[in-house]
Design a protein around this ligand. Structure first.
Ligand SMILES: C[S@@+](CC[C@H](N)C(=O)[O-])C[C@H]1O[C@@H](n2cnc3c(N)ncnc32)[C@H](O)[C@@H]1O
Length: 320
């Protein structure tokens, strides 16, 4: 497995390298004048490409739960914002339908979701996303709302903590880790938690990834209710698209990918099972067609250049 990229001394100087950029632009079929919703602006890497490809009149409505990402994008894309080509809003993408309506930004040609966490967030110690920096155990995309990782790890019953670590972290040592954490809490910093996890599993034992990696991933997914937001946005995105408009989702976790895949398959199916009947269902007109029967993944070259792309899966669908 490749080593993570070296830490930037100043998180503001960290560069978030967008993944599968060429594949996203082709998949979304971005043309001059296109209107696009980027539900996960992050560092604006994909949005920069979309603005360039849709120039001179194309527009982007960009959302990010993280107010710091929106502030940074405001500086980086000051011209595009001033000219009205970019509207950047601090919001969870689960509010996409309302925000698009508020800004009269529908119907659109393309919608992009590039899920998960950005390099800026990982490299800012105070955000508490990474055990490679010591910081408060937070992990919220929006630090002004919701439940922090510390709230979860310090208050959830041991059994629920174990289930969380098993399901969202896909960590087979979940019970042992949860038992140790429940017995030694509270934890206030990323370093304290990472050290406790290491103790719980008896050290690193030659493992290539730090034993805290999967637990941190599980806590982040839970703190941000990431799977719930994804399930909420998909049915909102579809009616925002023009006929022939495209939706692209990049996921980094098998549970995310499963939600996207199953939703696309349901919407692309001409047969609906009746919820109240054990006997069958009825036929209907599909609402979308699947453009990528198998998810697109990064090339060996991209993985070498940007190890974060290793687990990325891109699925694209088109509104019928
Ligand atoms: C992988 S980064 C996106 C990077 C971006 N595509 C780029 O090229 O710079 C994911 C971003 O999505 C944001 N995010 C994650 N879940 C979100 C949600 N439910 N609503 C809005 N933003 C979300 C995170 O705050 C983070 O900034």
């Amino acid at each position: 497995m490749s080593q993570p990229p070296p830490l930037a001394a100043d998180p503001e100087q960290a560069v978030h390298i967008p993944v599968l950029t060429a594949e996203v632009l082709t998949g979304l079929n971005i043309r001059p004048g296109a209107w696009t919703i980027d539900g996960t602006l992050g560092g604006g890497g994909h949005t920069a490409q979309i603005l360039a490809q849709s120039a001179p009149a194309g527009r982007v409505l960009g959302l990010d739960s993280d107010p710091a990402a929106i502030r940074r994008v405001g500086t980086k894309f000051a011209d595009a914002q001033a000219s009205g080509r970019l509207i950047a809003i601090a919001s969870n993408f689960a509010e996409m339908a309302t925000i698009a309506q508020t800004h009269a930004f529908a119907p659109v040609d393309a919608i992009l979701l590039d899920l998960g966490v950005s390099s800026f967030q990982l490299e800012t110690a105070e955000r508490g996303f990474s055990f490679r920096h010591d910081g408060p155990l937070d992990m919220r995309f929006d630090p002004t709302h919701g439940t922090s990782a510390a709230d979860i790890v310090n208050t959830w019953p041991e059994k629920e903590l174990a289930d969380l670590i098993y399901q969202y972290g896909e960590e087979s040592r979940s019970r042992r880790i949860a038992r140790y954490l429940a017995a030694h809490r509270p934890f206030h910093t990323t370093a304290e938690l990472a050290q406790a996890i290491e103790q719980a599993v008896g050290g690193r034992r030659g493992s290539r990834i730090h034993p805290a990696t999967l637990v941190f991933q599980a806590l982040r997914i839970a703190a941000n209710r990431e799977l719930e937001s994804l399930a909420a946005v998909l049915p909102q995105a579809l009616p925002l698209l023009k006929r022939g408009g495209r939706l692209a989702v990049i996921s980094f976790h098998s549970l995310e990918d499963r939600i996207v895949k199953q939703w696309m398959q349901r919407e692309a199916s001409s047969y609906v099972r009746d919820a109240m009947s054990v006997y069958g269902g009825h036929t209907r007109t599909p609402t979308l067609t699947i453009v990528t029967p198998k998810p697109i993944t990064a090339t060996a070259q991209e993985i070498a250049d940007n190890p974060r792309s290793r687990s990325a899966k891109l699925r694209v669908a088109e509104r019928v």
